[in-house]
Design a protein around this ligand. Structure first.
Ligand code: ZN
Length: 83
């Protein structure tokens, strides 16, 4: 399931949890999180880009968990499974 990063809405103070941003794992069919689960302030999704990760908590692990196979190039036209 995709992981979304949420942060308190602009102009809102929020709390320690949502001011710094937090991650939520949501199924595609679930409605987006609208409020901070800690303080109830309105939150919005923060766009994230690969390798500019908001969190350093293991993008590789997430890719692995999502079923992706990371391939490492070991030679011309040859690839080796890292997992
Ligand atoms: Zn909060």
């Amino acid at each position: 399931m995709p992981i979304y990063v949420y942060q308190v809405s602009e102009g809102r103070k929020g709390c320690a949890h949502c001011a710094a941003g937090f991650e939520e794992i949501e199924s595609l069919s679930a409605p987006p999180t609208a409020v901070c689960p800690v303080c109830g302030a309105p939150v919005g999704r923060v766009p994230t880009a690969p390798n500019v990760g908001f969190s350093e908590s293991g993008l590789d692990d997430r890719a692995k968990a999502a079923g992706f196979t990371k391939l490492k190039r070991i030679g011309s036209g040859e690839y080796e499974r890292q997992y």
